[in-house]
Design a protein around this ligand. Sequence first.
Ligand SMILES: [Zn+2]
Ligand SMILES: [Zn+2]
Length: 126
Amino acid sequence: MTKALEAGVAASGLPVGEAKVVMQIIRERDQTLRRRKLNKVIGEIRCECCVTKGEAYQGLQQKTPKEQIFEIHHLIPISRHDGAKITDLDEVALLCANCHRAIHTFPNDQMPSVDEFRQQLQKKSE
Ligand SMILES: [Zn+2]
Ligand SMILES: [Zn+2]
């Protein structure tokens, strides 16, 4: 894949920047990690950036539509990890798919923190 990225187009046919966003998000879709994070939420899930809410179902393995809105976001970009690292629950945030997508439009080295991004969103909606 590195060669394809170097050539300017990823194997997916998406432009490189877009492909990187998609790849990062796919790598973050570790369902076990997600499940563990969701199991820590009691009752209402809230996007850590915006007002989107959903419900967490304790310990349930089954996927529910209200949970599917939420994705795991690594506070430290995965590309800076050395693959083998086991992620701690406090190293990830739960974001709604919209915010997650939006935060990944920043290049990794310019990606705002979840707090910064939330502030940016609040400013723009005033
Ligand atoms: Zn959100
Ligand atoms: Zn993310």
